[in-house]
Design a protein around this ligand. Structure first.
Ligand code: TYD
Length: 232
């Protein structure tokens, strides 16, 4: 019951902790960039937590295993979407909200925009169904800022192939080129529809250059209050 009340609280109520998400297609370089930004924030004395979806909490990591193994696909697109929502519910309540409540900045590799892009736009799951699920699980929690890392599909897939070596493609990496193109398009649309929250970053460059673009965007969108390092 306490959980329900908590769910209706917007993220902005967390006076100090900031919630920043990283989004993008396969091989867009999110993991590298999220770590680089975390190092930067920590060097400024900001308490920072890096987490990811699907997963990020013990329960959600179990669901992640199911999802990436492709089991969710066998259940059908709607049920697979339910699994992503179940994982997110646990992650938000066990990890993200408690961290934000303490004033920690949370950097999350993928969040609700991934569901909108992968299951909704590219996977053709009804957006109203996704919205209802989001509402029922995490309420009005929204990132303060979302970086959408944009790379041409061919570049991203090439990077993903290089990264995994001989391991087989996972559930989504193995989707068609058309699926990945529609993902890229979906992310651009999400950014256009949410200009106050989203920044598209050209990620087709050296990691150091992309990191610089991200830090500049962060500085202009979400300057760190000087008191943040005090953890008050
Ligand atoms: P992961 O190995 O973490 O991939 P990446 O490095 O690209 O983030 O696998 C997560 C996969 O799950 C990724 O292909 C995107 C997909 N996904 C969804 O389809 N919907 C979601 O809501 C989330 C969070 C992820």
């Amino acid at each position: 019951m306490a959980k329900r009340a908590e769910k209706s609280t917007p993220c902005q109520d967390h006076a100090i902790g900031r919630f920043i998400t990283f989004e993008g297609g396969e091989g867009s370089g999110k993991s590298t960039q999220i770590q680089m930004l975390a190092d930067h924030l920590k060097s400024q004395g900001i308490e920072t937590l890096v987490t990811r979806e699907p997963g990020g909490s013990p329960g959600a990591e179990i669901v992640r295993h199911l999802l990436l193994s492709g089991v969710g696909k066998l259940l059908g697109a709607d049920a697979e979407t339910l699994l992503f929502a179940a994982a997110r519910d646990d992650h938000v309540h066990q990890v993200i909200r408690p961290a934000l409540d303490k004033g920690t900045w949370v950097l999350c590799d993928r969040f609700t925009d991934s569901t909108a892009a992968y299951q909704g736009a590219a996977g053709k799951v009804d957006p109203a169904f996704i919205q209802a699920l989001t509402h029922a699980t995490i309420g009005r929690l929204e990132p303060d800022l979302t970086f959408i890392l944009d790379v041409p599909v061919a570049v991203g897939l090439q990077r993903a192939i290089k990264r995994r070596g001989r391991t087989a493609a996972d559930r989504f990496e193995g989707e068609s080129l058309a699926f990945h193109e529609s993902l890229r398009e979906a992310y651009r649309r999400i950014a256009a529809d949410n200009p106050a929250r989203c920044v598209v970053i050209d990620a087709n460059a050296e990691p150091a250059k992309v990191a610089e673009r991200i830090r500049e965007a962060l500085q202009s969108r979400l300057p760190a209050p000087s008191s943040v390092g005090a953890g008050a």
